[in-house]
Every structure is written in structure tokens, then in C-alpha cells.
Design a protein around this ligand. Sequence first.
Ligand code: NAP
Length: 296
Amino acid sequence: MTRVGFVGLGTMGHAMAANLLMAGNSLTVWNRTPEKAVDLVCEVAADPVALGKKSDIVFVCVSDTPDVEEVVFGEKGVIHGLEDGALVVDHSTISPVATKRLAARAAESGVAWLDAPVSGGAEGAQNGTLAVMVGGPAEALDRARPYMGAYSKTITHIGEEPGSGQMAKAVNQVLVVLNELAASEALLLAQAAGLDLHSTVAAVEGGAAGSWMLSNRGPQMIARDWRPGFTIDLQLKDLRIVLDAADELGVPLPGVSLTFQLYRALQAQGLGSEGNHALVKALEQLAGIELGGERK
Ligand code: NAP
């Protein structure tokens, strides 16, 4: 029987691990802050090496490139516990370029690597409806697919090339932030015109103007509920990955560059832990009006 490990029990990882358990898998987990594992009925490893020793497949969902490096290749990284033939599946959103290096490094230890970033937000992780975009060997994906099915609705193999899943996620993030910018501008215009915001969203979301962002984050923006599914800090991390990749490929992304600066302004104001839909606050400052409020 395949032994499964999960590293990183944040907003996403905790929900994914819970869904793996709900699907009847036995699991070993590790999280830097151990308290986040208390409600999961499974084995909790003392450190990533110990988790590696008990796993044939390790799923990782931590924040950024250096964090993946640390939990996998650090002094107490999972790689030191894994046996030849094991598999690491990285669900974190990290650099496509660094991913090539990490996959090559894992191969030196006889460990296969899939880069498998996800999309669908905290709700998708909880409801088991994430979209996963995968780079790496098809054979490795066949091994991981039955487990990924516990928290995903769609699993797309982008290509064999390491990093191709991460590159697809960069494309995904272009669409995420530009849809968020569009929802923000649209709602502010509706606000300035004195329209009922809920009726306006209901009127447009089923047509060509609809988006996941408008339907899911629009009502939160109208309610001025800035609790994060995805924080501004993480959004900036992802946009840095997008802009670096675009720069390397020589592709201009004017909309993403603008949105990066708007998010940067909000982070500079201490709002980095708010949800990425708080982007509308930057536009509110430009317009001098607020959603749900009066003209200043
Ligand atoms: P999160 O709630 O901030 O959780 C981050 C997780 O990474 C925590 O378990 C944290 O441990 C762990 N971590 C970070 N740095 C670490 C390090 N150096 N060593 C060990 N553990 C470390 O983030 P999240 O929202 O779950 O996101 C996780 C990944 O999924 C990110 O790459 C993000 O971009 C991606 N993602 C998120 C969403 C979303 O809507 N939230 C959607 C798609 C993709 P502690 O608990 O100890 O802090």
C-alpha cells in the first residue's frame, strides 16, 4: 500500500489533507506550526525527514520557492528520509525556473517530481474542486492522480517538462488579477452611478462579462469583507513569478504590471494580510468613493 505524506497545513494544505483523510486514505502530516495538525485524525511527524521515512508519495503545499527548498532539501528536508523511487508532488505556487532545478536535484536522489500548482481558492480546497496543472512525467502523475482526486475536480497534464505546471499557473494568475481589476473597476462605476450593486452583479454575471472573481469575490467586496481566501502578500509573490517569467521570455504584460503596483501600494499601507479582492481599495483611493459608501 502506498504511504502518503503531506507537508504544509496552511489554508490550502489543511483542507487538502482533510479531504485526503475523508476519502479514506491514511496519512502522515507535518506542519512548521504543529497546532494546525491537531484536528486531523492522522499521524503527525516530528519533522520532514521523519515524514519522508514514512512516505512513498509526499504532497507539499507551502508558500514560496525558498520554503519548498527548505522542507524538501533543507537540513531536515523530506528528501533525506525518502527511498529511491519515491515521488514529491509540489502543490505550492513557485518559480517555474527554480522548479526545473528542484526536480533535477530530486532526481539525483532517485525521487520523481511533479510541479502541480492549484487554482480554485480556499473554497476549492475545502469543497474538493481544485484545478491542478501538472508538469512532469505522466507515469508519476498516474501514481499521484488517485490521491489528488480527493481535492480536485480537474487535473490537467500540461507537459513532461518540469516547470510547465508552474508556467500554466503563471498564466492562470494573469487571468486572476485582471479579472479582479475588472471586477473592481466595474463595481466602482456601478457605485458612482448609484446602481444597486447586488442587482448589477446578478444582471451581468451570467453573460459574457461573468467571471469566478466577480461571482465569488464581488459580494465580499460589496460587503467590505476583506477576509482572505488568498492574501495580497501571496498575490504579490505570484505576480513577481509572472513578471519574472514574462521578462525572461520578452513578453510585455502592461495590465499585470499595473496591478502589481496597485497591490504593492496596499501592501505598503499594511494591508498585505487582506484578501486579494481588497484590490478595489486602491481604486477607491483614486476615485474618492467607496463601495457601499458616499462620495468623499
Ligand atoms: P498559508 O495559509 O499562508 O500557508 C502556508 C503554509 O506554508 C503553512 O503551512 C506554513 O507553515 C507553511 N510554510 C511557509 N513557509 C515555510 C517554511 N519555510 N518552512 C515550513 N513551512 C512553511 O498559504 P496557502 O494559502 O495555504 O498557500 C499555500 C500555497 O498554495 C502558496 O504557494 C499559494 O500561492 C498557493 N495557493 C493558494 C491559494 C489560496 O487561495 N489560498 C490558491 C491557489 C494556490 P506555518 O503554518 O507554520 O506558517
